[in-house]
Structure formats: structure tokens, C-alpha cells
Design a protein around this ligand. Structure first.
Ligand code: CA
Length: 366
């Protein structure tokens, strides 16, 4: 339930003990370090990481050093099984991209079989849309099967997942101010499951894009892994043709050699490679602000479904929109999610990096 971050990653979260208010913590193995108590800093008494994330990279780096020392001392460590984990950030805006060439091509083939799979804009800009910040929920929150037009009205019959990587903004920008470097604004990463009702989505998305097929729930891990912990995972981004516009040119290595793992009821169904993503997160940040849109502390932008060749991050791809069921461990033919299913996404990278899991169980429609 709490996810398998290892002590070297020292991811940040928000926890509470019974009858006590929420406060910030860092995961150290099977414990959470009470940051306000261990570091004597009131910024960690807040019920979200936002005030700390707003401080910027110098404070983040210094804090990480102090956290390492404090975790080593062994004081102010609370066993994870004695705490409740909460949504770690107050989500400002939520943006979701569509940055995997394999995913975008597969969905183009499924939704628009008589057309070119990729729209003409896709290789020129990271396609994205604004999601619903208010329905971002922490890992472990049950997911109620949504109703909608499919086009006949009723509970979705094509409930799906999207395994994604999310990026959390710490340092905001003022109106008229261009963002600086990616690492001067982005605090860290978190695993995301962008639950999707494919029948609702297919009917509603033309011409303005995803809406109610996505906005009922988006799950994030309870843990935000700081960028500094991902050093060993950084790689060159995937080659791009045509060459992107000047504002989208890469100036640092922000490809990430993370391997996601998607489990359905404990069984691994896919292991999508993040390093194959076409658009890198520095390009996403540059794109979402090039029109003058400002950044806010707590903004969450996600990569879009992470799919690699033969390793899709969604069931619609894995089963080709339900036409090609797969055989689960219990021998049953499976396509989309059933009530009671639990989906868990984890990720690992070289250097022993493990991101905190994102998990959710499907409840029947009311
Ligand atoms: Ca998505």
C-alpha cells in the first residue's frame, strides 16, 4: 500500500498520526521521518509540501543533506504502519500530455482507423490538455466506476488505466516572466494513474479533447521523489525529427531511464520504458508556458501514457480496444477493468531508484 521507495531516494510525503494534524515527512525504508520535529522548521508543519516546494532548489538541496543526516541518526522516525498518508501536494493546475509516440500512434489507429495515426501537429509540439485538479487523489483511494454517455447513458463499460509519470512544480513564475531552467522550477516526480473511461472518451472527445472520460479521478503516489534523487536515471531524450522549434530545443538531459511496472491484481501485465518517450519534461514545461501562462506552486503536469513497443501503459492498447483479450493468472480472459480490480504502478531506474507506487481499486457504479 505504501509503495517501495528505497531509503536512498528519500521521497517526500504528507502523513498524520491518529488524532494529529497532517505534516510533511520523508520516507526512510519502513519509516517516515517527521520533518518538522527532526529539522525544527515550521515549513514542514503545513498540511502539504507546497510551502516547502516554493522555496526553490537551493533550499531543496540543503534540506536533502539535512534529511540524510537526520534519517541516519534514527530520531523522529515513525513506523509507516502507524500513519495515514495523504495527498502530498495541494494541486494547483493539472495538465496532461500525450508524449509517447507508441501510445499516440496506437490510439490514433484505434480511434481513427481510416486516418493517419498521428495528427500533423504531433511531432511539432507536445500535445496536451488541462485536466481536473480537484479530482487528483492519493494512492489507495478507491475509484468509483463513472457514469456517462457511451453514447447511451450508463456506467462505463471500458474503464481503463494510463500509467504515467507526473512532474510537480515548486517555484512559480510571475505574469510576463519566462521560466528559467527545468530544475529551477520542478521539484520532483510522482507516478500517476490517469483513470480513463474509453467509451465516454471516444464519444465526447471530438473536437475539444478529453473531458468527463478522464476527470472523475486521477491517482498519484503518496511520495514525491526529488529531481536530485534521479541523477543516475538521466539520459538523452529520444531523437526528434523534424527538429523542434527553438523554444523546444533541449539544453540538458531530461530523458529518464525509468521502467514502469503495471500490475493488475498483483500480476504484471506490462513494463513500459519511460526512456522511449518522444517529448521530454523540460520540453513540456517550455511548451505549457510559451504563451505567457504562469506556473503556480503545486502545478502537476503528467507525461501521458507511457507505452513502449510491446509494453503498453493502458489496457486499450494491451487488448486493442477489447478485441484481443489477454489471459489473466486465474485463467480468465480479460479486457477492461472489472469492479474489485486493483491496479498498481511502480517504477525503477538504475542506481537502485524506486518511485513510490500508485495504486487504486475499482468500486462498482452507484
Ligand atoms: Ca492521460
Amino acid at each position: 500500500m505504501n509503495g517501495g521507495a528505497n531509503p536512498g531516494d528519500l521521497p517526500y510525503g504528507v502523513f498524520s498520526r491518529p488524532g494529529e494534524p497532517r505534516r510533511a515527512g520523508v520516507r526512510a525504508g519502513d519509516h517516515v521521518l517527521d520533518l518538522a520535529a527532526a529539522l525544527g522548521d515550521e515549513v514542514f508543519s503545513a498540511p502539504s509540501l507546497n510551502p516547502f516546494m516554493a522555496l526553490g532548489p537551493t533550499a531543496w538541496r540543503e534540506t536533502r543533506e539535512r534529511v540524510r543526516e537526520a534519517a541516519g541518526r534514527g530520531d523522529h522516525l515513525v513506523p509507516l504502519d502507524q500513519v495515514t498518508l495523504h495527498l502530498p501536494i495541494e494541486v494547483a493546475d493539472y495538465v496532461d500530455f500525450y508524449a509517447s509516440l507508441e501510445h499516440a500512434s496506437n490510439l490514433g489507429r484505434i480511434f481513427r482507423p481510416r486516418e493517419e495515426p498521428l495528427k500533423p501537429n504531433w511531432r511539432h509540439l507536445p500535445v496536451g490538455y488541462h485536466g481536473r485538479a480537484g479530482t487528483v487523489v492519493v494512492s489507495g483511494t478507491p475509484i468509483r466506476r463513472p457514469h456517462g454517455q457511451r453514447p447511451s447513458f450508463g456506467p462505463t463499460e471500458k474503464l481503463d488505466i494510463e500509467a504515467e509519470l507526473g512532474f510537480v512544480v515548486g517555484v512559480p513564475t510571475r505574469p510576463g516572466e519566462r521560466p528559467g531552467a527545468f530544475e529551477d522550477h520542478v521539484f520532483g516526480v510522482t507516478l500517476v494513474n490517469d483513470w480513463s473511461a474509453r467509451d465516454i472518451q471516444a464519444w465526447e472527445y471530438v473536437p475539444l479533447g478529453p473531458f468527463l472520460g478522464k476527470s472523475f479521478a486521477t491517482s498519484v503516489s503518496a511520495w514525491i521523489t526529488p529531481l536530485d534523487a534521479l541523477e543516475a536515471a538521466r539520459v538523452e531524450g529520444r531523437p526528434q525529427d523534424p527538429k523542434p522549434a527553438a523554444y523546444l530545443r533541449r539544453s540538458a538531459r531530461w530523458g529518464l531511464d525509468l521502467t514502469l511496472r503495471v500490475e493488475l491484481n498483483g500480476e504484471v501485465v506490462s513494463e513500459p520504458p519511460y526512456r522511449d518517450m518522444y517529448w521530454t519534461p523540460d520540453q513540456m514545461l517550455a511548451h505549457m508556458t510559451i504563451n505567457g501562462a504562469t506556473l503556480r506552486t503545486g502545478d502537476l503536469f503528467a507525461s501521458g501514457t507511457v507505452s513502449g513497443a510491446g509494453e503498453p501503459g493502458s489496457l486499450i492498447e494491451l487488448t486493442w480496444n477489447g478485441a484481443e483479450p489477454f489471459k489473466a493468472a486465474d485463467g480468465r480472459a480479460r479486457t477492461f477493468l472489472e469492479d474489485g480490480d486493483t491496479v498498481t504502478v511502480t517504477a525503477t531506474a538504475p542506481g537502485g531508484i524506486r518511485l513510490g507506487e500508485v495504486s487504486g481499486t475499482v468500486l462498482p457504479a452507484t
